[in-house]
Design a protein around this ligand. Structure first.
Ligand code: F6P
Length: 359
């Protein structure tokens, strides 16, 4: 009988509970024992480790669709890989985590995390040397290399789309535009997908250069006087500061275009998990359990051309664009972005949606 652990780290998203539920479900078929680590790496840092034995009763099926993580993702003020490195305590932090894993006598640990969590797990891989480390990618940002989908993205698109759907009704009543600021960090996928889904008139993404005068002209010349202008939180406007939606809104105001800003914020990480995210979470959970059975370690589950399989964490960190932590340059995160060959870009352009200049 194997003993496995589950840990959720980084920002939450909808679909984490489905993944946890399906891991428990699949482990039961194999007669394995499952332990949940509470509050991400903090659950391994505290002494004794903060863990709970997971069985079907703890996470009933009707709760598996709820957003957030039943195991928590960690407190903002807790020591983690980043803050430990920043304050010169990384060696003792890693030592404590390793000791906890030994005390728990886990055969395998399933880490459900984003690009930061997985990159940091690889950078500090010695900590996991005595367990099989299997990672499952999750994030609403869709900024992870080597997988075409991450858990939580589809639900975030749905949440943001519904938010825009509601705004459009009041926008129409008052003949005004809404500048909606999407999350996604430096990646425009969420803005692009929800923008297309909600019928936005313009979508601004960090990866695509745009011209503010062209945008203003496009909106002024539009054959409608209301609609959505989707703005990714990662865009910048030379010579301007403040929140991206506010910057764009000010420019529209200056041109006499009546508009308001709207900030869906963390609602994008909430919401009942969509069927698509539940299926992905189930496939990733199954793949992770199979990987444990096959004796794999330091791998991540990935979706590629409809197939779910594992890829090495070393390949994952090598294939993204490496971004340095602002405080600790040697801490690199593997990031992915929209590329010019993204099919939705040409679809948007063909539909007359202003997206800037794709080369
Ligand atoms: O990475 C997920 C994400 O939701 C980003 O899209 C967003 O910029 C950030 O996390 C928000 O972080 P916090 O929850 O710390 O405000």
């Amino acid at each position: 009988m194997k003993k496995i652990g589950i840990m959720t780290t980084g920002g939450d998203c909808s679909g984490l509970n489905t993944a946890i539920h399906r891991i428990i479900q699949g482990a039961r078929q194999r007669k394995w024992q499952v332990w949940g680590i509470l509050d991400g790496t903090d659950g391994l840092y505290v002494n004794p480790p903060a863990v709970i034995r997971l069985d079907d009763m703890m996470l009933p099926i009707e709760n598996a669709r709820l957003a957030g993580s039943f195991l928590h993702n960690g407190r903002a003020d807790a020591l983690n890989f980043e803050t430990a490195a920043e304050t010169g305590r990384i060696a003792s932090f890693n030592k404590r985590l390793h000791k906890s894993l030994q005390e728990l006598a886990l055969d395998a640990l399933i880490l459900i995390g984003g690009n930061g969590s997985l990159s940091l797990a690889w950078a500090n891989r010695g900590t996991y040397r005595d367990v099989q480390l299997i990672c499952i990618p999750k994030t609403i940002d869709m900024d992870m290399p080597l997988t075409e989908r991450t858990i939580g993205f589809d639900t975030a698109v749905q949440q943001l789309t519904q938010f825009c759907d509601q705004l459009l009704l009041t926008a129409r009543s008052h003949h005004r535009w809404f500048v909606v600021q999407a999350m996604g960090r430096d990646c425009g996928y969420l803005a692009l997908h929800a923008g297309i889904a909600s019928g936005a008139s313009a979508i601004l993404m960090p990866e695509i250069r745009f011209n503010i005068d062209d945008l203003v002209k496009r909106i002024s010349d539009a054959d409608t006087d209301y609609g959505i202008i989707m703005v990714s939180e990662g865009i910048t406007l030379r010579g301007h500061s403040g929140r991206p939606a506010d910057m764009i809104s000010r420019k529209l105001n200056a041109a006499g275009i009546t508009n308001r800003t709207a900030f869906p914020e963390h609602i994008q990480r909430a919401g009942d998990t969509t069927a698509s995210d539940r299926i992905l979470a189930t496939r990733f959970a199954d793949c992770a359990l199979n990987a444990i059975e096959n004796g794999e370690t330091y791998v991540m589950t990935a979706l590629e051309c409809g197939d779910v399989h594992t890829v090495g964490l070393s390949d994952f960190v090598a294939s993204g664009e490496c971004i340095s932590d602002p405080h600790i340059p040697e801490l690199l995160t593997s990031n992915a972005y929209i590329t010019p060959d993204e099919p939705l870009l040409s679809v948007a352009r063909d539909m007359g949606i202003y997206i800037g200049e794709i080369k």
